[in-house]
Design a protein. Sequence first.
Length: 287
Amino acid sequence: MRRLIECVPNFSEGRDHKKIEALVAAMSGIKGARVLDLHSDPDHNRSVVTLAGEPEPVAQAALRGVGTAAELIDLRLHRGEHPRIGATDVLPFVPVEGVTMENCVALARQTGQEIWARYKVPVYFYEEAALRPERKRLESVRSGEFEYLRDEVLRNADRAPDIGGPRLHPSAGAVAVGARKFLIAYNINLDTPDVSVAKKDRSHDSSFEWRPAAREGYRHRAKGSQARAGFHEPYRFRADLDSPRFRSCAARSPAQRLLDPEQRNRRLGAAQGAWPGRRRLLAAGKF
């Protein structure tokens, strides 16, 4: 039986093409692992790479990417719209075929140990790989971002990394390593540079209608979905509504689940005089 996983490292660099190329090159050429996709965003100042293949080779490719990111990316100089705690911000492993979630949890934890041993970058575990229930959600791990977390870990033991530290790496920060199901992100751009349109009146903002009060509950949203408030994209001169991120597709198809958020965003944008513009569906599926 084939054993296939996906790994989706997110790097805090989306503007310097030479650095992005170096990251991809570091993860390429490993037998049993392939780089399937690269998505870079200058406003987020972030690049997302999709790796797939056999578990051990994929983990080795990911480790090379983490090491290269630690060499090339200095978070003290990094500016972007996306929250982050590390040069390699997140490193999730996803079971695809012939591999269980438990296998991915074990691989995530082994990879986390290797990251600290090789590069002295501290590690937090999240999602199914979390060692503490309060760290299952990535937002909890990443709260305050690099600039706050590097000081908070020295005064609050509850924020210390799971491996390494307690100090963060001075330039590469920390990395959140996890195991999770497939994720689908759906972003909608409003045809205005005014970010207040996306943020205005949070009690009626559709992005907050999607936010779950609890993992288990529904509230005008798909189970397992998340959302962030709007932000400005200066490179594109527009505002953006960051989307729900679906992790469970058992009850309805992803396309059906995106229909209601799309309609809500149309109503929100029209009410504020900013119609939804370009949509971005960022999906990871079986291949």
